[in-house]
Design a protein around this ligand. Structure first.
Ligand SMILES: Cc1cc2nc3c(=O)[nH]c(=O)nc-3n(C[C@H](O)[C@H](O)[C@H](O)COP(=O)(O)OP(=O)(O)OC[C@H]3O[C@@H](n4cnc5c(N)ncnc54)[C@H](O)[C@@H]3O)c2cc1C
Length: 282
């Protein structure tokens, strides 16, 4: 990426005004790691938002409020009951990039390998975005599809992400497959379950990397709801429901292997989430 000008914004209102005034050539920077992947040679005017008060994680009333400029390393180090994003951060490329990349940058520009959009799709919660006004939107609405995501982030600054704390009876699973330890993901999957009276009361499954944008697997979720929360639910999953997706094999995988790997990873994350929710092992 070719940089023409570089300014630090010190207030959110100032950053928004700069974004609006600079127009198409504006490029917001938090960690700045995405510039490595931006191939356009058009000169960009960079607005650095690292001096904005958007760092850190706070827990209040069962909700984690995460500043958009919080680094992946901070997400990994943070400890609290019901906090699960450390598990996602741990799988994030390497320590060097974890030290710099921010959660805001990871969800604002979604590359197929991005970890946090997949995890957030199952955890749900809200995003607080400021453009001409500040508004709080559900993650499910913003990440419904790529068009909705791009529209939400156009000329807007993500201030916070809020996700609920996991409590008793809830579980989360996260998995991704890479060919080498720091490689891009070949398949990323996440699951959230809520178990009540031994049954799966709620379940959310998201799939990434083999799709251009992470998707919720609503059909699979529906087939699990109400089932007994044990190994039989995972073994009985009807993977034919994946037939409608045009999966992209990565890293030289054959389509057959890609499909097989997707099924394995989905079963893994659902098993892990069920095990956590039931306090056992599946
Ligand atoms: C070699 C390498 C390997 C990587 N591998 C992985 C991987 O395996 N998994 C993974 O998830 N990521 C990986 N990444 C990181 C990922 O590709 C992105 O580069 C990174 O998540 C962007 O975060 P950032 O803070 O650096 O954002 P930036 O590069 O600063 O910004 C990214 C985009 O988001 C916008 N933006 C940033 N912050 C905000 C905000 N608060 N509000 C609105 N818009 C904002 C910017 O305008 C820009 O368009 C890798 C990066 C590198 C360099």
């Amino acid at each position: 990426m070719k940089i023409h000008d570089f300014v630090f914004a010190t207030k959110i209102s100032e950053a928004c005004e700069l974004l609006r005034k600079t127009g198409e050539s504006a490029y917001l920077i938090a960690g700045g790691t995405s510039t490595f992947f931006v191939k356009s040679r058009a000169p960009r005017n960079v607005i650095d938002i690292n001096r904005l008060p958007l760092k850190g994680i706070a827990k209040k009333d069962g909700v984690f409020k995460i500043g958009a400029c919080t680094t992946v390393n901070e997400l990994m180090k943070y400890k609290a009951a019901g906090w699960v994003l450390n598990r996602v951060a741990l799988r994030f490329v390497n320590q060097q990039v974890r030290n710099i990349s921010t959660i805001g940058g990871n969800v604002a520009k979604v590359f197929y390998w991005c970890d946090f959009p997949v995890a957030l799709r199952v955890l749900e919660g809200t995003l607080t975005l400021t453009g001409s006004a500040t508004h709080r939107v559900k993650i499910s609405e913003v990440f419904h599809n790529i068009t909705a995501q791009k529209a939400a982030f156009k000329n807007a600054i993500l201030e916070y992400i809020e996700i609920p704390q996991l409590t008793k009876g809830m579980g989360f699973g996260y998995a991704k497959e890479t060919r080498t330890s720091e490689g891009f993901s070949s398949v990323t999957a996440a699951a959230f379950v809520q178990v009540e009276h031994g049954l799966i009361a709620d379940v959310r499954i998201a799939l990434g990397a083999v799709l251009p944008f992470p998707l919720r697997m609503f059909d699979l979720e529906a087939s699990l709801k109400g089932k007994k929360a044990d190994r039989s639910a995972v073994e009985g999953m009807n993977f034919q429901k994946l037939d409608k997706y045009n999966l992209t094999p990565r890293e030289g995988m054959t389509p057959e292997y890609c499909r097989h790997l997707v099924e394995v990873k989905i079963a893994d994350v659902v098993s892990a989430a069920l095990a956590e929710a039931t306090g056992g092992s599946l």
